[in-house]
Design a protein. Structure first.
Length: 492
């Protein structure tokens, strides 16, 4: 059969391998690391297990679809549950809000706790659903680089509603117009961070994101986020996909305008088509460096990065749930630091993800596994050692103030992930979490297409190309990409 090689076993690389195997290709995946999953991996620190990167799971049907494609019942291989509470929010003045997935309950909660009209919450989520219904088919499920996408009825409907879809406003402005409580504005502004953007710059169109969490739902895989990687990795293997670990690809080979395979370990591996799942910017700098560079696309500003402390905590905090946010007192200043000053604000918003709440074997009895994260700028060569040392202090002080505790003596084990190590482990340009940022209204059009317009038989998937970063969009990139590829028998 025709052969496809894939560079990288990030979640989109694995999804692509499944999709191409189901089209009849003989598929081989080459991965630089010793493990699959890229950003979606796990770490073990003594008796504590942590999901290393993503912690929020939305649009599970994107994972299930891959099992269905292989003729398998997803429920037998990958279990997950819907969360009753998407997130617990805490503020310095002692106010707390639970974001119930049940809309009536959430509306009641914000009325009693923040004095915000429940009608505004309903309006915000209706707005979010409206944007999703109009834009998802176009921006999430189609290639933006094929003419047909722009001449179809869906596109025409959207042209007529550009203003209502928030293209000319910012997320923060739209939220300020809707909510009376600054805390609700802050809560809804936080959704910009779901793709590493700045709510004060990103178009209000990004108010599409709460639709995923509230109207469709937030989920947790029963065996942890890493099970998304593991279950799909096993599925790919069961379909005959061959994985090669510790195998950094050195070059994508191109002859007469056609990709003919890759070079790994000084050896040529011929293929009928090549799929690149490596971060697009770093791919053009390394394995595609001899090829024509898409300069404008390469120069686009990157999303934010993250600083994470994986902490084994010798105590159970009953007030904490799976997802917890301890909000900054000055959100605007925090984003100015991330996106304008390239630094870290002294009062950052702290996110604590604790999988042991749902999966007790992730921590010893009487303990919790805290994935403690703040958003930080991507790597521009800052003095990270100093920034991390200062941020560690501010984070612990904030947790102490809000949770009324003394955290330092409770930290039993610690590991740190930061922009430099994110780039080192996953090749992500500048350690950005989500490829390009979405801080301007043209961002969606300035992501690399899922194919090369210069080189035949070369395709792209993953969080750094269209439609963007995050697990659901990375999985959709694999889908859009594979839909462009003919079945293996017609390729021969
Ligand atoms: P990546 O995970 O980027 O993997 C690329 C792979 O390619 C790596 O394994 C790398 O080793 C390999 N590779 C690179 N170069 C080569 C080469 N030359 N040869 C061979 N292999 C190579 N998303 C969510 O949906 N929800 C979240 O809550 C969330 N939180 C996040 C938190 C953090 C800290 C991080 C880092 C990311 C988060 N994301 C989240 C984003 C999400 O993880 C990514 O968008 C997604 O996993 C990207 O997948 P990908 O397929 O692009 O590949």
């Amino acid at each position: 059969p025709a052969k496809a090689v894939i560079v990288g076993s990030g979640i989109a690389g694995i999804a692509s391998s499944i999709r191409l195997a189901s089209k009849g290709y003989q598929v081989e995946v080459f991965e630089a690391n010793s493990y699959p999953g890229g950003k979606l991996s796990e770490i073990q620190l003594q008796a504590y297990r942590f999901d290393a990167g993503p912690s929020l799971f939305t649009l599970p049907e994107q994972v299930e679809e891959l099992f269905l494609l292989a003729g398998k019942d997803p429920k037998e291989y990958f279990e997950y549950q819907k969360l009753d509470v998407a997130c617990h929010y805490f503020w310095e003045d002692g106010k707390k809000v639970k974001a119930w997935s049940d809309l009536d309950r959430f509306a009641e909660e914000v009325e009693t706790r923040l004095g915000e009209s429940g009608a505004h919450v309903r309006q915000a989520l209706r707005r979010s659903a409206y944007i999703y219904d109009h834009l998802a088919p176009l921006f999430m499920h189609s290639s933006l680089h094929k003419l047909g996408t722009w001449t179809g009825p869906q596109a025409l409907k959207s042209y007529l509603r550009m203003g209502k879809l928030g293209i000319f406003s910012t997320m923060n402005k739209a939220n300020e117009e809707l909510f009376s409580s600054p805390k609700m504005v802050q809560l809804f502004n936080r959704y910009a961070t779901y793709n590493g953007s700045d709510p004060y710059q990103t178009p209000a169109t990004l108010n599409i994101i709460p639709h995923l969490e509230f109207n469709i739902g937030a989920f947790f895989p029963k065996k942890g986020m890493h099970d998304i990687t593991l279950s799909l990795f096993k599925l790919a293997q069961s379909m005959g996909v061959k994985f090669h670990f510790n195998s950094p690809v050195e070059e994508i080979l191109v002859e007469n305008g056609k990709s003919t395979g890759i070079r790994v370990n000084q050896q040529k591996i011929p293929a009928d088509l090549v799929v690149n799942n490596m971060d697009m910017v770093n791919a053009y700098k390394t394995i595609l460096k001899k090829q024509k560079q898409p300069k404008k696309l390469l120069e686009q500003p990157k999303s934010s990065s993250a600083l994470i402390f994986y902490w084994g905590i010798k105590k159970v905090f009953p007030q904490l749930d799976l997802h917890n946010i301890l909000f900054s007192e000055d959100y605007k200043r925090e984003f100015e630091h991330i996106f304008k000053l390239g630094s870290i604000y002294e009062d950052p918003t702290v996110y604590i993800n604790i999988t042991s709440v749902y999966k007790p074997d992730d921590a010893p009895p009487g303990c919790m596994n805290w994935f403690t994260m703040i958003n930080v700028p991507n790597n521009q060569g800052q003095d990270w050692d100093q920034l991390i040392a200062d941020a560690r202090k501010s984070i612990i002080q904030k947790i102490n103030r809000i949770l009324k505790t003394d955290l330092e003596p409770l930290i039993e084990v610690e590991e740190i992930l930061e922009p430099r190590t994110i780039e080192l482990k996953t090749s992500s340009a500048n350690g950005a979490l989500y490829g390009n940022s979405s801080n301007n209204r043209f961002a969606a059009f300035l992501r690399h297409a899922n194919y090369s317009s210069e080189i035949k038989n070369l395709y792209f998937c993953g969080g750094s190309v269209h439609p963007g970063g995050g697990i659901p969009l990375s999985l959709l990139s694999a889908k859009i990409m594979s839909e462009m590829i003919p079945t293996a028998d017609s390729k021969q």
